[in-house]
Design a protein around this ligand. Structure first.
Ligand SMILES: Nc1ncnc2c1ncn2[C@@H]1O[C@H](COP(=O)(O)OP(=O)(O)O)[C@@H](O)[C@H]1O
Ligand SMILES: [Mg+2]
Ligand SMILES: [Zn+2]
Length: 477
């Protein structure tokens, strides 16, 4: 091992250490090697515990095997945050002893959602400690007064950036929930490097993991990201934690989307939707309705479609625009769907529907900042491009759904019935979908239309289609 006081070059992306400076790290990143003092503990005996195996009593002991049968599965051990959308993204609340990272651009609302959850947990479960290295106690109080409905005397604020002091306060307060806002401002006196460096983030992360595990409490860590969506500072923290949540949205609009990028205790396909308001973040219950609010069904290039995200159907709007290319290659730009998926759909449109898009720029956007997973939106994207290119609207109250294969055939999607019910609830009267889905939905459709008949609503009609040529014929009289 190197002498104390000597230095090492550490990649700020992946944490790789090298004794010499390198222009490109082994992880492929350029100019990420930064000279840091050797990450050696100053006070060997006392502080090495961060990395050593430890028993809950505090002493170091060797690992002992346990009978799997006798280990409690911990599934009961979840803390309700009092925010339904947050609980759902987490997979049913905060797992005791877990580390969760919430990342997002400055100003997106990370501190807001966290203080709201903190206030809820403090009033129901016990002491909550909110540590901030970003803001003064005063600033936090002003926000809390604005966004929390009633403050419990169990909610404690600590303006601190030193991990040793934070650990000491935890010993004293014994919180049931600990929040660190943000990891980039924290440091441990064991290390000489600056807050936000790889060694500091790793050191602080280890210490927080230790606190969480020993006390069996959930720990929430806030992290900033840059404009391009990368973590500002070391990625290493993403590997250390159990869950990574990202909070996104357009700051000029009120809607905010929370999704899990990594979750050891649940799926990563759930999304949570919020609206930023004077009173803090409000949960959006009818997300489909909100997404369709501004849709003009009579304008060309706008198509309603549906996806199944996590455990619920979601109806949303796809927009496309084609316009003649001025110079050079035609552009394909997509927001919310994979660019290579768009390229494939365009190829199918050209080959199977005879469209000539070689000299057309194509833009596709999923409204509301949603990035749906899966292939549910294929047919809607194709029809939106087609509709814009032909300058013809699809007609109102119509929803389009289905995966497109390379042959131009339409392939069935999952959870058709739940999607159909959501579409019916939102007032759609016609659903164009793969024939396989239509066949399966014939029975539920009878029930849905019976209910609608009773409340004097128009029937829903299903149009099952085999391939994209059939869909095209439907629109070309
Ligand atoms: N008085 C207010 N009324 C409504 N919204 C506000 C008010 N003050 C701040 N906000 C909103 O809160 C956001 C800041 O949230 P915050 O939780 O501090 O973000 P982060 O912690 O992610 O940087 C602002 O961008 C703004 O949208
Ligand atoms: Mg903040
Ligand atoms: Zn690297």
């Amino acid at each position: 091992m190197a002498k104390k006081g000597s230095t090492v070059f550490v990649c700020q992306e992946c944490g790789y250490e090298s004794s010499k400076w390198m222009g490109q790290c082994i992880c492929g990143a350029w100019n990420t090697m930064v000279e840091e003092k050797i990450a050696e503990v100053k006070d060997g005996d006392k502080r090495r515990r961060a990395s050593a195996k430890e028993s809950p009593s505090g002493g170091v002991k060797a690992g002992k095997p346990s009978k799997l049968l006798e280990i409690s599965s911990g599934e009961k051990g979840r803390l309700d945050t009092g925010i339904g959308e947050l609980n759902r993204v987490l997979g049913g609340g905060l797992v005791l002893g877990s580390l969760t990272l919430i990342s997002g651009e400055p100003g997106i609302g990370k501190s807001t959602i966290i203080i709201q959850a903190a206030a809820n947990i403090a009033s129901r479960e016990g002491v909550v400690l909110y540590v901030s290295g970003e803001e003064s106690e005063n600033q936090i109080k002003i926000r809390a007064d604005r966004v929390c409905r009633g403050l419990s005397d169990n909610l404690f604020i600590l303006a601190e950036t030193n991990m040793e002091n934070i650990a000491a306060v935890c010993e004293e307060l014994k919180p049931v929930f600990l929040i660190i806002d943000s990891i980039q401002t924290m440091y441990t006196a064991d290390l000489d490097s600056a807050p936000g460096s790889v060694s500091q983030v790793r050191g602080c992360g280890n210490e927080l993991m230790r606190i969480g595990k020993v006390k069996n409490i959930p720990v929430f860590i806030v992290a900033h990201v840059t404009k391009t969506g990368d973590l500002a500072g070391p990625r290493i923290v993403e590997h250390m934690v159990d869950c990574v949540l990202s909070f996104t949205g357009d700051r000029s609009h009120e809607m905010r989307i929370l999704r899990a990028q990594k979750n050891r205790f649940g799926t990563t396909s759930e999304i949570g939707a919020f609206e930023m308001s004077e009173e803090g973040l409000l949960e959006i219950e009818n997300l489909s309705g909100t997404l369709l609010e501004e849709m003009d069904e009579n304008s060309e290039g706008a198509i309603a479609t549906a996806v199944y995200e996590g455990t619920r159907p979601l109806v949303l709007e796809v927009q496309a625009l084609t316009s003649p290319t001025n110079i050079g290659f035609a552009r394909r730009t997509s927001i919310g769907i994979d660019n290579s998926r768009l390229n494939m759909i365009i190829a199918v449109l050209e080959k199977k529907m005879g469209l000539s898009l070689m000299n057309q720029d194509v833009y596709v956007n999923i409204v509301g900042g949603i990035k749906p997973e899966g292939t549910y939106t294929d047919l809607a994207v194709a029809l939106a491009v087609y509709s814009s290119y032909r300058g013809k609207a699809l007609g109102s109250r119509t929803l389009v759904l289905g995966e497109i294969g390379l042959t131009g055939d339409l392939r069935a999607v999952q959870n058709g019935e739940k999607i159909l019910r959501e579409a019916a609830r939102l007032g759609f009267e016609r659903v164009i979908l793969p024939i396989k889905n239509a066949e399966k939905l014939a029975k539920p459709l009878v029930d849905i239309n019976k209910e609608r008949g009773e409340s004097n609503m128009k029937r829903v009609e299903l149009t099952g289609m085999k391939n994209i040529r059939e869909v095209q014929r439907m629109f070309t009289p």
